[in-house]
Design a protein around this ligand. Structure first.
Ligand code: BG6
Length: 538
C-alpha cells in the first residue's frame, strides 16, 4: 500500500525514453509509470518454486502487469529456481504459453485478453532459470555466484514452495551469507524474504517457524504474505472507514449490532486434496485471511499509513480477540448435492475423511470499541455462491415514532463491503414507500467500482511485489500478529481434554451446515443468505 510521493517517471531512464504508456519501443525499455507511482528500485527476484502453480498463475502475471505499468526497473533480473533440468528459453516458453492461456481464459484471475508482446518480451529478457534442489548446498553456492552481480546488491527471495521447504531454504540462505545486507558497491543493498502461507499450522509451529527465520534474518527483512491484503477492495476498507465522515462515528459498539465476514466459494478442493486433507478450511482461511479482514474492520485509526503505525493497530486487535472455544466454532464438510460429489469422493481424499471444508466462528474483540459485538466469520468450499464480503449491521432505531402506523418492523441498516467477485459497497436502509400511508420500504443503495473506475489488470500480487521492492511492509504480516492470531484459535485446533471438533455435513451447493445457522440463532441472529437478490429487487 505504497503512499510514497510521486518522484516522476522521468527520473527513471527507461521511462524517459518511452513516454507513451503500455508498450516500450524496445524490449529493454520499460513503459512510463502511471502518475503518482515510481518504478521500484533495481533488484534480483529469486523465485524458489519456479515451476509451480503460484509462479505461473499469479507471480508471472503480476510481474507482467507491473512491467506494463512501467513499475519495474530496467536492470531488474528474475531467477527461477526449481529442481529439474531445464534451459532458460524452455522456462520462458513455458511461462509464455501459460500466460497466453490465462490471458484468454475469462475464468482465470489473469484475463488480460491478448498479451502485449513487447511487454512480455521485456519480462522474458530478464528471466533466467537455475536448476537446483531446495535443500542442497550446491544450489546456494551457485546462487551466490549469480547474485554477485545483482543490481544495487538488492535481492528478494520469494519462497513460492511447499511450507516444508521454508525452514531449509531460509537456513541455507542464511548459512551461505545470502541474507546479509549492504553488499552493494555503494554499501547499500537489501535482502528480503517473502514467505507464503501457510505460516505454521498452529501456535507452536508458527512460533517455531518465526524463531527459525529470525535466527537468520531481521524482522524487517521478512515479508509474510496474506494475498487478501493485495486486493484493492480489502485495502479500500481503511479508505471507506477513515476517508468518510459518515461511517467512523457509528463504527463502535454503541451503534453496531454485529459484523459478518464471509468468504464463500463455489469451487471444491480443485485437485488440492492432499494439501486440504492436512489443512482444512479453518486453518486455510480463518486465522489468516478472515482475521486480516476482521483486523481491517476493527482496528483503531492509525496516525499515518506508515507500516508500523498500521501494523501496530492491527496487532492490538488480534491481541484483543477473546480466545475461541470449540463452542464458538462449527465445522462442516460437503456431501453430494446439487453442485456435485461429496468431499470424500474427491481425488486424494480419504474415504472416511473428517477434514472440514466449512468453518464458521463467533469472535469477540475485547476492547473498549467492540466489547459485546459479535463478529461472525464463515468460509467454505462448494457453497451456494461465491461471495467474499463484510456486512456491518447497525443496531435498530427506537421504534416509538412508528407505533401508531402500519409499520410493524424496520429492516436493519447494513453496510456491505463487497470484496469478491463483486467489487463495491451496498447499504440497506429504510424509506417511506410512495402513497398516502406511512409505510416503510427497505431499499439498497450500491456502488460498483466498475461504474466509477477503469478496470485495471490485477491478480492481487502486483501491489505486494511492488511494495516488497520498495520496502513497504504495511500489507505484510508481522511475526507478533501471526502468533497472536494462531493463539486465538489454539483451543479449537487442540481442544482441551483432547478429541476433535465434530464435522457436520452439508449438501454441495447449499448455504452450509444447519449447525452454523444455530450458532447465530443462539444470539438471535441469522446469516445473510449467500444466494440473495439485492434488497427490493425480487
Ligand atoms: C487460499 C486458500 O489462500 O485462498 C484457498 O488456500 C482459497 O483454499 C483461496 O480458495 C481464496 O482466495 P481468493 O482470492 O480466491 O478468494
Amino acid at each position: 500500500m505504497s503512499t510514497t510521493p510521486n518522484t516522476q517517471a522521468s527520473d527513471h531512464p527507461a521511462a524517459a525514453q518511452a513516454p507513451s504508456c503500455k508498450v516500450s519501443a524496445s524490449p529493454h525499455d520499460a513503459p512510463a509509470s502511471p502518475p503518482g507511482k515510481r518504478p521500484a528500485p533495481p533488484c534480483t527476484l529469486v523465485i524458489f518454486g519456479a515451476g509451480g502453480d503460484l509462479t505461473k498463475r499469479l507471480l508471472m502475471p503480476a510481474l507482467y502487469n507491473l512491467a506494463v505499468d512501467g513499475l519495474l526497473d530496467g536492470a531488474m533480473k528474475i531467477i527461477g529456481v526449481n529442481h529439474g533440468e531445464r534451459e532458460t528459453p524452455e522456462w520462458r516458453e513455458e511461462l509464455h504459453k501459460s500466460l497466453q492461456q490465462f490471458a484468454a481464459d475469462k475464468a482465470s484471475t489473469f484475463h488480460a485478453g491478448k498479451l502485449d508482446d513487447q511487454a512480455w518480451d521485456w519480462v522474458a529478457q530478464r528471466l533466467e532459470y537455475m536448476a537446483g534442489e531446495f535443500e542442497s548446498d550446491d544450489t546456494f553456492a551457485k546462487l551466490k555466484q549469480k547474485l554477485a552481480q545483482s543490481p544495487g546488491g538488492n535481492v528478494i527471495f520469494y519462497l513460492a514452495v511447499g511450507s516444508r521447504f521454508f525452514k531449509p531454504i531460509v537456513e541455507h540462505l542464511g548459512k551461505a551469507g545470502l541474507l546479509k545486507e549492504g553488499g552493494g558497491s555503494d554499501g547499500g543493498g537489501f535482502r528480503r524474504l517473502v514467505i507464503e502461507k501457510p505460516f505454521g499450522t498452529d501456535l507452536a509451529s508458527a512460533r517455531d517457524l518465526n524463531a527459525h527465520i529470525l535466527s537468520y534474518a531481521k524482522e524487517e527483512q521478512v515479508y509474510r504474505i496474506d494475498h487478501f491484503l493485495g486486493k484493492d477492495t480489502v485495502q479500500s476498507i481503511l479508505a471507506v472507514r477513515f476517508a468518510n465522515a459518515l461511517f467512523e462515528p457509528v463504527w463502535r459498539r454503541e451503534y453496531i449490532d454485529s459484523v459478518q465476514i464471509t468468504a464463500a466459494e463455489t469451487i471444491g478442493v480443485e485437485g488440492r486434496g492432499k494439501f486440504y486433507e492436512q489443512t482444512g478450511a479453518f486453518r486455510d482461511m480463518v486465522p489468516n485471511h478472515l482475521f486480516q479482514l476482521l483486523g481491517m474492520v476493527a482496528m483503531e485509526p492509525p496516525n499515518s499509513f506508515d507500516a508500523e503505525a498500521v501494523r501496530d493497530k492491527k496487532a492490538e486487535i488480534f491481541d484483543a480477540i477473546r480466545p475461541l472455544t470449540p463452542d464458538d466454532v462449527v465445522f462442516g464438510q460437503y456431501e453430494k448435492g446439487p453442485a456435485g460429489v461429496g468431499y470424500r469422493e474427491e481425488p486424494d481424499v480419504a474415504p472416511g475423511s473428517t477434514t472440514e471444508t466449512y468453518a464458521a466462528a463467533r469472535v469477540f474483540v475485547e476492547n473498549w470499541r467492540w466489547a459485546g459485538v459479535p463478529f461472525y466469520l464463515r468460509t467454505g468450499k462448494r457453497l451456494a455462491a461465491r461471495r467474499t464480503e463484510i456486512s456491518v449491521q447497525l443496531k435498530p432505531v427506537p421504534f416509538r415514532l412508528f407505533r401508531d402506523t402500519p409499520v410493524d418492523a424496520l429492516t436493519p441498516n447494513v453496510l456491505t463491503l463487497r470484496i469478491d467477485p463483486a467489487h463495491g459497497t451496498s447499504f440497506d436502509f429504510n424509506v417511506k414507500t410512495p402513497g398516502p400511508v406511512m409505510q416503510i420500504g427497505a431499499v439498497q443503495s450500491s456502488f460498483d467500482y466498475a461504474d466509477f473506475f477503469a478496470a485495471s489488470a490485477n491478480v492481487g500480487y502486483e501491489t505486494l511485489l511492488y511494495d516488497c521492492m520498495l520496502g513497504d511492509e504495511t500489507l505484510f504480516q508481522r511475526a507478533d500478529s501471526i502468533e497472536t492470531s494462531w493463539c486465538a484459535v489454539d483451543d479449537v485446533l487442540h481442544p482441551k481434554g483432547g478429541g476433535a471438533m465434530p464435522v457436520h455435513g452439508y449438501a454441495a451447493g447449499s448455504e452450509g451446515p444447519a449447525q452454523a445457522d444455530a450458532l447465530l440463532a443462539r444470539d438471535g441472529h441469522a446469516w445473510r443468505p449467500l444466494n440473495r437478490n439485492p434488497v427490493g429487487k425480487k
